[in-house]
Ligand binder design. Structure first.
Ligand code: F3S
Length: 404
């Protein structure tokens, strides 16, 4: 790989041991992929920071980096952790018992990231944070967290490969990434396409199931072109998260969102997805019994989603199932400020947890008999793997389920 004089200096350790280690990692990965050089990035998002996921080994690496003087060179945000950082006890309301070792280990991870200069935003939706509004289409970034990567590439138009958390952190420390994959114009152009033969816009559950089908039918560096009507922002977010969970894609070219319509005749392959196939998948994934928990917020909810749920719950009696909502601290603040009229309803009827989600927390680990209903295919995917009984439902269809 060609390195500038400045990069050679970093590699030789003139800017410290941590930065040398970080650039060495980037060069190794880049060379393995055939990248010719490094390019600057404007932002990094680090995933995989839950103590439950990375444990003592991950914590040791982070603390070693701090000890070696690591500092991030670009604005850096981070993914959720295993509990609400300000109110860990909230987790007990959703049946999660946190032991001391977990809490201490998790807070040491947060401390190490802070010491490196990362903003401990603790959310998987960095694209909703005011801190990322400066990013413009075409900007190269280094993001971990598949759902955010897909949203960044497909909706905002920023450029990132599908990085793992450690590599995104190394990029943050150097302020660069290897020039490969989706950083290159040509690789962002689709050669394959999918279309859904239905004109009604898909809700968030149908959109998620479509994301699963697309990811299972196509894997490649280039994004597939997808022509489909999606009902709203929630459907867009859920579809992209499902694509990330069910396969290896880092981007899809969504007609009218990523860019203008593409002439399908010019694509090498084009497939129509039968609406009836999607509808029968929907049937298969419908909840079959009374839920213990109704979960909203994978990826993290927006203030608007909370308002939508609150409006539906207004004037209704106490739900028989537990409602759990996960979101970022920043979006929770926006909800309180923008929809003060709904705060009371939600506080009374739901458990609102910030900084975490059911998947990165130890939720359900000791109680695999739990039944969960969610509107997120990604949450369905991971919670089912944990052995829980999971069903899919839109926010609107969740309401009758709460009173079964
Ligand atoms: Fe976010 Fe947790 Fe889902 S990190 S994307 S809410 S699995």
């Amino acid at each position: 790989m060609y390195l500038t004089r400045e990069e050679e200096r970093i590699l030789s350790g003139y800017e410290g041991e941590a930065k040398a280690l970080a650039i060495k990692t980037l060069v190794k990965v880049g060379e393995a992929l055939g990248a010719e050089r490094l390019i600057p990035i404007k932002h990094a998002h680090v995933s995989g920071i839950s103590y439950g996921t990375i444990g003592e080994h991950g914590l040791a690496l982070l603390e070693e980096l701090v000890e070696k003087g690591a500092r991030v060179e670009v604005p850096t945000t981070v993914n959720p952790i295993g509990f609400d950082s300000e109110e860990p006890s909230l987790m007990s309301h959703i049946g999660v018992r946190l032991d001391d070792e977990f809490v201490k280990g998790q807070m040491r991870i947060v401390k190490a990231l802070r010491a490196m200069g990362a903003q401990t935003t603790l959310t998987c939706t960095p694209y909703y944070l005011p801190d990322t509004r400066f990013l413009k289409p075409g900007d190269s970034v280094s993001w971990g967290e598949s759902s955010a990567i897909l949203y960044g590439n497909s909706v905002i138009g920023i450029r990132t490969n599908r990085e793992g958390g450690p590599l995104a952190l190394m990029s943050a420390i150097v302020g660069k990434t290897y020039y490969w994959g989706l950083h290159i114009d040509e690789n962002r152009k689709p050669t394959t396409g999918f279309k859904v033969d239905h004109n009604e816009p898909l809700d968030e559950v149908m959109a998620g199931l479509l994301g699963k089908l697309v990811a299972e039918r196509y894997a490649g560096v280039r994004p597939p072109y997808v022509k489909v009507a999606l009902r709203d922002e929630l459907a867009v977010k859920e579809m992209l998260a499902a694509v990330g969970a069910a396969g290896s894609l880092a981007m899809i070219y969504l007609d009218g969102i990523t860019g203008p319509s593409i002439d399908i005749v010019k694509l090498e392959r084009f497939e129509t997805i039968d609406w009836r196939e999607l509808a029968s998948l929907y049937e298969e994934h419908k909840p079959s019994e009374k839920p213990d928990v109704v979960f909203l917020g994978c990826p993290h909810s927006r203030a608007e989603d909370l308002a939508r749920l609150a409006k539906l719950l207004e004037g209704k009696p106490e739900p028989k199932s537990k409602i759990v909502i996960t979101l970022s601290r920043s979006e929770y603040r926006r909800f309180r400020e923008s929809y003060p009229e709904y705060l009371g309803v939600l506080k009374e009827k739901a458990v609102i947890v910030r900084d975490t989600c059911l998947i990165v927390s130890p939720f359900g680990r000791d109680d695999s008999g739990l039944t969960v209903v969610t509107n997120s295919y990604k949450a369905y995917f991971y919670l089912s793997k944990r052995g829980l009984k999971v069903g899919l439902s839109t926010i609107e269809d969740m309401i009758p389920l709460l009173y079964m």
